[in-house]
Design a protein around this ligand. Structure first.
Ligand code: URA
Length: 432
């Protein structure tokens, strides 16, 4: 078998066999294939696609290219969620303890942020003392004793994806459903959870810009899940505006804790409860309605917040920071952004808000950039809110005065005021 014939075959739109896909993934992983032939292969897939069987085979081979975690000691109670990324997306910080409070086990590996989307591990590491690197024994023990443990993603998970993703990033081959689905699911399946919930976002701050594309990606991933005997569900959620009121790291931890105390934004709280219900229903053998009731009870009783405290404490973090904002990293520099006229906040472009947050220091441009945990944006107004001239729309936070100017310019480009009230869009567009 040789890679050139595989490239030719895919170029003609023919389906590849199991042996051919295994040959390709092996050559990616053991470095026997050069970048230029891998890139040509990827471009052929972008144009010609892959059928569901090929996508499943690619996912399986990529999953098997590295370490796979065995969470079978927890039976079918293990759950994992994946968000396709967004701005202000702190859902894992709320959903993980809520799911654990319902009786599920969340033993999860999460990523770091790159570009305008934040990473869960960066947010968690803004809690003083929180350790995102643990031995496999400590990881399993915390998951067993607390029901939730979240660490950084192991470099040994789906190494084929690491190489493929880095190449896709520089060869214009990101936007292909089979490549995205296999990339996401190879890592999720290797992480071992029996039940997976995908939060597939669409809109300006999301990877998929339209709801139709998000739906196609979600359906492709659910199909791969079925073919591999794994439980995969998905919700489609709107990411045209940031999620909640906080964008950054420490500020998002604070908003997540507030949400678990019943003081979070209503739409964000509803999204978290819905995601939790979707996750725990198959894991605990409940109907969606029963699971919804259980998730709501975990929130209103405070059991979810108590779980977050236990989880943070177990991973070495200062649980006091969840009730006392002053114990989280504090920004030295602040700038209030005020409305130039009366009207409504018509739109707040999520991608631009994410870029503004990155300019303030909350995100990484390059993968080795150091995050400023205190940097970010606190929104005082959200799309649909009335505003008066001079009223504060948002506060920009940074540890570096020079970064405020760049952040301000980008943030202002995200803001659209209007005399008309915009139509309210539901955060959850579809549950699949
Ligand atoms: N996230 C991933 O992990 N892979 C993709 O291809 C796209 C988003």
């Amino acid at each position: 078998m040789d890679i050139l014939s595989l490239i030719e075959k895919k170029k003609k739109g023919l389906a590849l066999t199991e042996a051919e896909i295994a040959f390709f993934v092996k050559g990616v992983t053991d470095l026997s294939l050069p970048d230029y032939q891998i890139a040509a292969f990827l471009m052929a897939v972008v144009w010609r696609g892959m059928d569901p069987e090929e996508t499943t085979l690619l996912t399986r081979e990529m999953m098997l290219s590295g370490e796979t975690l065995d969470l079978s000691v927890f039976g079918s109670r293990t759950v994992d969620k994946h968000s396709t990324g967004g701005v202000g997306d702190k859902t894992t910080l709320v959903v993980a303890p809520l799911a654990a409070a319902c009786g599920a086990v969340v033993a999860k590996m999460s990523g770091r942020g790159l570009g305008f989307t934040g990473g869960t591990v960066d947010k968690l590491e803004s809690i003083p003392g929180y350790r995102a690197t643990l031995s496999p024994e400590a990881f399993t023990a915390i998951a067993r004793d607390v029901g939730v443990c979240v660490i950084g993603q192991s470099r040994k998970l789906s190494p084929a994806d690491k190489r493929l993703y880095a190449l896709r990033d520089v060869t214009g081959t990101i936007d292909s459903i089979p490549l995205i689905a296999s990339s996401i699911l190879s890592k999720k399946f290797a992480s071992g959870a029996a039940n997976i919930e995908l939060d597939v976002k669409f809109g300006s701050g999301a990877f998929m810009k339209t709801q139709e594309d998000a739906r196609a990606l979600a359906l492709a991933m659910i199909d791969v899940g079925k073919r591999m005997g794994r439980t995969v569900h998905a919700v489609l959620s709107d990411m045209n505006a940031p999620l909640g009121c906080a964008v950054g790291n420490a500020v998002e931890v604070w908003e997540a804790a507030q949400t678990l105390r019943g003081e979070g934004p209503r739409d964000f709280t509803d999204l978290c409860v819905t995601l939790t219900a979707a996750l725990v229903a198959p894991a605990l053998g409940l109907s969606r309605e029963e699971a919804q009731g259980k998730a709501e009870e975990a929130l209103t009783s405070g059991a979810g917040f108590e779980k977050m405290r236990q989880w943070v404490r177990a991973q070495g973090g200062d649980e006091g920071a969840l009730t006392d904002f002053c114990r989280l990293p504090q920004a030295k520099e602040k700038k209030e952004i005020t409305a130039p006229s009366d009207g409504f906040l018509y739109a707040l472009d999520a991608e631009k808000v994410g870029l503004a947050s990155m300019a303030l220091g909350a995100g990484r441009r390059e993968k080795d950039d150091v995050i400023d945990p205190a940097a970010g944006i606190l929104l005082a107004k959200r799309p649909g809110d009335p505003v008066k001239r001079g009223e504060v729309i948002a506060t920009l936070l940074s540890s570096c005065r020079e970064k405020l100017a760049g952040g301000e310019e980008t943030f202002l480009s995200a803001v659209k005021l209007s005399a008309e009230k915009p139509e309210k869009r539901p955060l959850i567009a579809q549950i699949l």
